[in-house]
Design a protein around this ligand. Structure first.
Ligand SMILES: Cc1ncc(COP(=O)(O)O)c(C=O)c1O
Length: 404
């Protein structure tokens, strides 16, 4: 057995293997059948917003300083003003001093938040973290590294691609330290309703765990803007207790390389998270904070991004014509297609790469089979519609031509 194989045998590695590394391994040695089109990675190809360069230039000298972990006042204010504009129930509620912390992209925040979330419930001997299934890998990585048991909650078509919260056992809820909820969800684009979010908040408070609402796709929608966990908490209960929302400029502003996001919500949790972050996490570089403040203050580029994705979904509708179980998702920019008729996700990914140079992500790399349940991602592939409409049309037409 080689060293690589030995490493991949560890429980931690099995839990947190990168879907993209697995895809590269799957396609290794297979030449693409045409000029590649990568639908595998959720990296937006929207235009760089025009304010990025001038703001960066103006503040370039501040790379020479250590930034404050809690962010500069300009950024905290831009974030709280954005929250108040986006979610009117939060107007006058979000205090930039107490309710907001900047992050280096939402991923590191989703990861590191688990440590103070765990520390909130020291009395629990066997802590658990609830994770939707399919899921974003960092939820599982965080639970595994923090020593909590990841519990994968089936989120299939029969429950609108969100976990059925009524089915979670009370004993499990008592030992839960955090529930990750992604809305709009990756990969299915399902949006949690206000009632659903209220239920999640009620459970979090009853059993005193942290609801980690991953809302990085909230600004990409075709018709109705998705509800947010914080606004629902405030409107329904007049409090943000037990709820934090993770946001990002990666998808909303098409700036995944900026590595900038924020977490907002429960002030007691954020105070603990700030103390933790102050010794254990990286600060956001000052020039990036200034660019981020400009990004949260501007909606024009976000409306342009929504139009960009709308054109892609229109192309998908016209070209796929309902094939592969296509339905336009409520939010986000992914297609979650059922390719059971083509041998399932992994086989279809190989067929498409080899046949027409289109790279798609097998759904099984985003799911976990647990307790003998069938792997619900096995039949699926995920496509990120992040290219311009012409490339999107080309890629989708190739898929139809190859699979039929
Ligand atoms: C569901 C979900 N959450 C969080 C992230 C992290 O994004 P970032 O760290 O760029 O903010 C991603 C990125 O693809 C994602 O798909």
């Amino acid at each position: 057995m080689s060293n690589t194989e030995a490493f991949s045998e560890t429980a931690l590695d099995v839990l947190i293997r990168s879907p993209f590394a697995r895809l590269n391994a799957l396609l290794e040695g297979i030449p693409p059948g045409a000029d590649p089109i990568l639908f595998s990675l959720g990296e937006p190809h929207t235009a760089l917003p025009s304010f990025v360069q001038p703001v960066l230039d103006e503040h370039i000298a501040s790379f020479g300083k250590y930034p404050p972990i809690r962010g500069i006042p300009e950024l905290r204010h831009a974030i709280s003003s954005w929250l108040a504009r986006r979610y009117p129930a939060l107007d006058g509620v979000v205090d930039p001093e107490r309710h907001v912390l900047p992050l280096n992209g939402s991923r590191e925040g989703l990861f590191s938040a688990i440590f103070p979330a765990l520390a909130r419930k020291p009395e629990v001997a066997d802590p658990a973290v609830l994770i939707p299934n399919p899921f974003y890998q960092v939820y599982a990585a965080a639970s595994a590294v923090a020593g909590a048991e990841p519990i994968f909650l089936r989120s299939g078509a029969e429950t609108g691609f969100l976990p059925d919260l009524d089915k979670v056992d009370v004993g499990l809820l008592r030992r839960t330290v955090a529930l990750y909820l992604c809305s709009p969800s990756n990969p299915e684009g399902a949006v949690a309703s206000r009632d659903y979010l209220e239920k999640a908040i009620r459970l979090a408070r009853t059993h005193d765990f942290l609801l980690c609402a991953d809302e990085c796709y909230s600004e990409i929608y075709t018709e109705k803007s998705p509800a947010g966990a914080l606004e629902v908490a405030q409107a329904a209960t007049g409090s943000l207790a037990n709820v934090v929302s993770f946001q990002s400029l990666s998808k909303r502003s098409g700036l995944p390389g900026l590595r900038s996001g924020f977490v907002a919500g429960d002030s007691a949790f954020l105070a603990a998270f700030e103390r933790f972050r102050n010794v254990a996490c990286p600060q956001v570089p000052l020039p990036i904070q200034y660019v981020s403040a400009a990004a949260w203050a501007d909606e024009t580029h976000v409306e342009q991004a929504r139009a960009f994705y709308r054109a892609n979904f229109e192309a998908a509708e016209a070209i796929l014509q309902g094939r592969y179980g296509y339905a336009r998702p409520e939010g986000g920019f992914f297609l979650w297609l059922n390719l059971a008729d083509f041998g399932g996700g992994e086989k279809a990914a190989k067929t498409l790469w080899k046949g027409c140079g289109v790279k798609v992500l097998p759904g099984t790399y985003l799911t976990k089979s647990q307790d003998g349940q069938a792997d619900q991602g096995r039949d699926y592939v995920r496509l990120a519609l992040v290219h311009d409409a012409e490339t999107t049309r080309d890629g989708l037409a190739r898929i139809v031509a190859t699979l039929g």
